[in-house]
Design a protein. Structure first.
Length: 158
């Protein structure tokens, strides 16, 4: 026969384990939050690091320089090594006026060690983000007319 105090202890421990199991944090395997490259990069510190005899290095109107998003790359390996993945999809759509949009897409679920790289005009500064947990990246560019160049409108991953 079971000792009454042992039986009470067993019930107590069973109840306690049940409560602990219900209150324990659940390990989430949810995908990370989607991200987009900022369309504008803030001001950068531009200066000549080498002297040039007879010349003076001057940055003219640094507050006016706009570092607009002008490139998006999916990189397979280390950021420092240029090893870009080629997009899987390219879709060009007329906008109903005279221009069009161009969407490039990458399936990145197998590029878990790679990076998304956002590039900006008039600087070598890049914004870099790991791709681990993401499945799809896209970059959208628009042009106002058939003769105009495409300009990046957005780029990011989900």
């Amino acid at each position: 026969m079971v000792n009454p105090s042992a039986q009470s202890l067993r019930r107590y421990l069973t109840a306690l384990l049940g409560v602990m199991a219900l209150s324990a944090p659940v390990l989430s395997t949810a995908a990370p939050e989607p991200f987009s490259c900022p369309v504008l990069l803030g001001q950068t510190d531009q200066k000549a690091l080498a002297e040039h005899p007879g010349w003076q290095a001057v940055v003219i109107q640094p507050e006016v320089t706009k570092h607009e998003l002008n490139s998006f790359q999916i990189n397979w390996g280390p950021v420092e090594k240029p090893d870009g993945a080629i997009y899987d999809e390219q879709v060009e759509k007329p906008d109903g006026r005279k221009g069009s949009s161009l969407t490039l897409g990458w399936d990145v679920h197998e590029i878990q060690q790679g990076y998304a790289i956002c590039g900006y005009a008039f600087t070598n500064v890049r914004l870099v983000r790991p791709l681990k947990g993401y499945s799809r990246c896209t970059a959208v560019s628009r042009r106002p007319s058939k003769d105009a160049a495409y300009r990046f409108e957005s780029a990011g991953c989900r």
